[in-house]
Design a protein around this ligand. Structure first.
Ligand SMILES: [Ca+2]
Ligand SMILES: [Ca+2]
Ligand SMILES: [Ca+2]
Ligand SMILES: [Ca+2]
Length: 317
C-alpha cells in the first residue's frame, strides 16, 4: 500500500510496524509533518480554508475552519491571542492524494470544485481534537532610516519599552519619534554630512527633539499654515517644513521665529508588518474515505500561514 510519499510516510511506517497493516485505531505520539510548510488562505464570509498541494507528490492538505474575523486579527499593537478551534463538521482537516498535479488556488478556492484531478486517497478528520492557531509578528519596522536596534535607546534588548514621545507607539515602529509632525526619516537628514543633526545643539538629536530650535515653541506648533489647505472636513495639512522665511529656513529650525498656533493633531503612523500563524492540531482523528483506516494523532503540525499587512496605521494609545 503506497499511501503517501511524504506527508503520511512516517505514519504509514508506524501503521505497518505496529499492526502489520491491519485495520484499526492507531495512536502515534509524534508525527513528522513539516511545520515549515507554507499554507495559503482562501475563503469567504466566516469560512476559511488553509491549504497546500505538494507539486511533486500530488498530496493536498487543507484545513477548513469557521472564524468570521481571521483576517481582522493581523493588525494593531497587541499580540493577537492564539485561536483555539474545536474540530468538527465545519472545522476539519482533509488530506488527499491527487491523480496529477493541480494548482492550489484553482483546486481549493473556486465556487465549483474542478472535476479533475481525481482523488486517489482521502482522509477527513472526525469530531474531537483541537486546532491551535498561534499568531506571531515576524517582521515589523518603521523604515524611518534608524535601524530597529538603534531605536532601543536604553539598550536593554526590549524594543517595546522605548517610547520617546510617550504616544504608546514604541520608537522602532514610530515613524515620527518625537511627534513633532516632521517624520524621523526627514529629521535624520543633514545637508552638510552624514551626521544626524542636532540643530539647537542641546544634546538631543532632532528626530527625538520636539522643539528643534529650542525657542520654546514646539516644532509642531510652528506649522503656521497647517489650516490654510485644510480639507472640507477641516483636517489640517501637517507639515512644519513648508513654513519658511525668505531664506527658505523653516520656522521650526529658526529660533528667531517664535510665532505659534495650536496643533493637537498628528501625522498617521503607517508601517507594514508580517504576521505568521502556526497551525497545530491536537488529538485529531482522521478517517479514510471509501476505506476503513482510522488514524489518531496526538499532535499534527500542519504548517504556517503568513501575511504582510500593507499600510497599517498604528494608532496612538
Ligand atoms: Ca512613540
Ligand atoms: Ca522610529
Ligand atoms: Ca524634532
Ligand atoms: Ca521651536
Amino acid at each position: 500500500m503506497e499511501l503517501s510519499r511524504k506527508i503520511l510516510f512516517f505514519l504509514v511506517g508506524c501503521i505497518c510496524l505496529l499492526n502489520s497493516c491491519d485495520d484499526g485505531d492507531i495512536v502515534v505520539s509524534n508525527f513528522n509533518f513539516d511545520e515549515e510548510t507554507s499554507l495559503s488562505l482562501c475563503g469567504d464570509n466566516d469560512m476559511n480554508l488553509l491549504y497546500t498541494i505538494d507539486q511533486e507528490t500530488n498530496e493536498a492538505i487543507s484545513f477548513q475552519f469557521s472564524d468570521d474575523n481571521f483576517d481582522g486579527r493581523f493588525q494593531g499593537l497587541d499580540a493577537p491571542e492564539p485561536i483555539s478551534i474545536d474540530m468538527g463538521s465545519s472545522n476539519k482537516l482533509t488530506y488527499r492524494i491527487l491523480s496529477e498535479p493541480a494548482d492550489g488556488a484553482q483546486y481549493f478556492c473556486q465556487d465549483v470544485p474542478p472535476s479533475s484531478p481525481d482523488v486517489e486517497q482521502e482522509f477527513v478528520s472526525t469530531s474531537g481534537g483541537t486546532a491551535i492557531l498561534s499568531i506571531s509578528v515576524t517582521e515589523q519596522d518603521d523604515d524611518d532610516g534608524i535601524p530597529a536596534a538603534q531605536e532601543d535607546l536604553n539598550n536593554n534588548g526590549n524594543l517595546f519599552d522605548d517610547d520617546t514621545d510617550g504616544d504608546g507607539i514604541p520608537n522602532f515602529i514610530d515613524t515620527d519619534d518625537d511627534n513633532d509632525n516632521v517624520p524621523t526619516s526627514v529629521e535624520i537628514i543633514n545637508n552638510e554630512g552624514d551626521e544626524i543633526p542636532d540643530t539647537d545643539e542641546d544634546g538631543t538629536l532632532d528626530y527625538l527633539d520636539p522643539d528643534d530650535d529650542d525657542d520654546g515653541v514646539l516644532t509642531r506648533n510652528e506649522d503656521l499654515n497647517a489650516f490654510e489647505n485644510a480639507d472640507d472636513n477641516g483636517n489640517p495639512v501637517l507639515n512644519p517644513q513648508d513654513d519658511t522665511n525668505a531664506d527658505g529656513l523653516p520656522n521650526y529650525l529658526n529660533p528667531q521665529a517664535t510665532e505659534s498656533i495650536n496643533i493637537d493633531q498628528f501625522r498617521p503612523n503607517v508601517i507594514s508588518r508580517t504576521f505568521r500563524t502556526q497551525i497545530v492540531i491536537r488529538n485529531v482523528t482522521l478517517e479514510q474515505v471509501n476505506g476503513d483506516q482510522t488514524i489518531t494523532l496526538e499532535e499534527l503540525r500542519l504548517g504556517f500561514y503568513e501575511i504582510t499587512s500593507n499600510e497599517e496605521e498604528v494608532p496612538m494609545q
